[in-house]
Design a protein around this ligand. Structure first.
Ligand SMILES: [Zn+2]
Length: 502
């Protein structure tokens, strides 16, 4: 089966699954309720297609390679959005169901709550350029699939990393909600950026693997090549229907190389700020230097999806770590060094003010165990770091707490489903179906040619299989309509302007 036919089959299964659960009630009612409140319980993929000669689609295209879907988008904001919505229509419908089910399940809030937050809190602060792109996305999606989703659905969905785990816990606290679920900011990713005497050729090497639940991870397989009417050309990985990379890994035409890992146990939200997904997209599109990147991210900082940004500027060889709290932030920078991330805040002030629950000294926890592993691996390989070595490191399975090879919640390539411990700091329970879901690497030379390598699925190359997992862990049965196999692809090269090889 090709990926697209497999996806189509999956969508049909999801619709069938949701309907079956509706009748069954019980735990499965969550799935039906999420679909119903999202307005997507009716078959959403109608056989309606805009004529492919629509002038807005001129120059845009997609192809599939190595488990990834590559889309090339070009033009004015509304046109970029239209192309995105049209080319990835079925994938957006499918991912919307999974993401909205997770948002409503984890928070106990219905979809109407998230739409209201998008409309009243986020939308008024989104500048016209990205409003046009988001509206274009809805238009393209509707033309392709007959979708009933509107722009507020898409704004809430674009904010799936910030509304459930940053806004809702803040709101629960404001409202003194006694029934508030245990929500914690996510711990996403293992990453590093190195330069100078640390790398084989003295240029920058930047590497990242994404940690999410597998439900999102199996869908985080888009490569976006974007040529905007204004700003720099961008090549980034991403999620269907989301305008920022969001996990994040990207390079731009002015030499900026960008990734991040989140800050574990971050607390705080500013309802008057600008959504993180908007600022992150804007920074990749418009920043030509580390300073400009920092300035754009700070402008309207809402505290959502708070990250340690790892940045490189191939024009100068300089790298930086930009720890972006809400109450405090800090930048470290060097032309000769290495900076790594695995979901821990480094600055004492940020730890105190923005992540007070995090213990940086407990070496049993996933962030600290991985921090030690990065220190070991990077020091051991000083002067030899290149793209090939970075790929190996992203698939590393050494648990520094147990001092043995065992893929689990503490390894750079995370497999939390194997661990009865889960990750309490992120509210991931025992055998939580999450971990490292894909990986990307590039260096200064490749970035100059606007290229990167990426691997879909676990960076070590192992497959996750949904059926045996769900049979062994019925507590995750509510994910059954959305959780599929996450098969690992090969390391695969992409570049801007790439086209399907014959
Ligand atoms: Zn692995």
């Amino acid at each position: 089966m090709t990926r697209s036919t497999r996806r189509a089959a999956a969508i049909l299964l999801v619709i069938g699954g949701a309907a079956a659960f509706w009748w069954a009630g019980g735990a499965g009612a969550d799935a039906a309720a999420a679909a119903r409140s999202a307005g997507v319980n009716a078959p959403a993929v109608a056989p309606r297609q805009a004529p492919p000669d629509d002038p807005r689609l001129k120059g845009a295209y997609r192809f599939e390679r190595g488990g990834w879907i590559y889309v090339h988008l070009e033009g004015a904001p509304a046109t970029l959005g239209y192309q995105h919505g049209y080319l990835l229509g079925p994938e957006i419908e499918d991912a919307f169901r999974a993401v909205s089910a997770n948002m409503t399940h984890s928070t106990g809030r219905d979809w109407a709550f998230f739409r209201t937050a998008a409309r009243d809190m986020l939308w008024p602060k989104i500048e016209p350029e990205y409003r046009q792109e988001l509206q274009g996305l809805v238009d393209g999606l509707r033309a392709r699939t007959g979708s009933r989703l509107d722009v507020y659905d898409l704004v809430a969905y674009n904010a799936f990393e910030e509304l459930p785990d940053y806004y809702v816990p803040w709101l629960d606290k404001q409202q003194k909600n006694a029934k508030a679920p245990d929500l914690k900011s996510p711990g996403n990713c293992s990453a590093f950026v190195a330069t100078g005497s640390w790398t084989k050729d003295g240029g920058i090497v930047i590497a990242h693997n994404t940690w999410t639940n597998y439900m999102n991870g199996e869908r985080w397989v888009i490569v976006f090549d974007i040529v905007p009417a204004r700003g720099y050309r961008m090549l980034m990985d991403g999620f269907p229907g989301v305008i920022a990379s969001d996990d994040d890994f990207g390079i731009n035409g002015d030499g900026l190389m960008v990734t991040e890992t989140t800050i574990t146990q971050f607390e705080g939200w500013d309802p008057n700020g600008i959504a993180e997904f908007v600022r992150a997209r804007k920074a990749l599109q418009y920043a030509g230097s580390i300073d400009e990147y920092v300035r754009i991210m700070l402008d309207g900082n809402n505290g959502g999806y708070a990250n340690d940004w790892l940045l490189g500027d191939r024009k100068t060889g300089e790298i930086a770590q930009f720890e972006l709290g809400l109450k405090a932030h800090r930048v470290w920078r060097t032309k000769d060094g290495v900076l790594a991330g695995s979901n821990w805040a480094r600055d004492p002030e940020i730890l105190k003010l923005d992540a007070p629950g995090f213990d940086p000294h407990n070496m049993e926890t996933s962030p600290n165990a991985r921090r030690l592993r990065w220190e070991q691996l990077l020091a051991r390989n000083k002067g030899r770091i290149d793209v090939a070595l970075a790929q190996q490191m992203l698939g590393d399975h050494y648990d520094t707490y147990q001092k043995r090879e065992e893929p689990d919640e503490r390894t750079l390539c995370g497999h939390v489903d194997t661990s009865a411990r889960g990750i309490p700091q992120w509210a991931w329970g025992a055998h939580y179906p999450g971990g490292a879901v894909q990986a990307k690497v590039t260096d200064s030379t490749m970035a100059e040619a606007m290229s990167l390598v990426a691997r879909a699925g676990h960076p070590c190359g192992e497959d996750f299989l949904a059926k045996p997992f769900l049979a062994a862990h019925p507590e995750y049965a509510w994910q059954a309509p959305y959780l599929h196999d996450m098969k690992a692809g090969p390391w695969t090269a992409f570049r801007s302007g790439d086209a399907q090889r014959k």
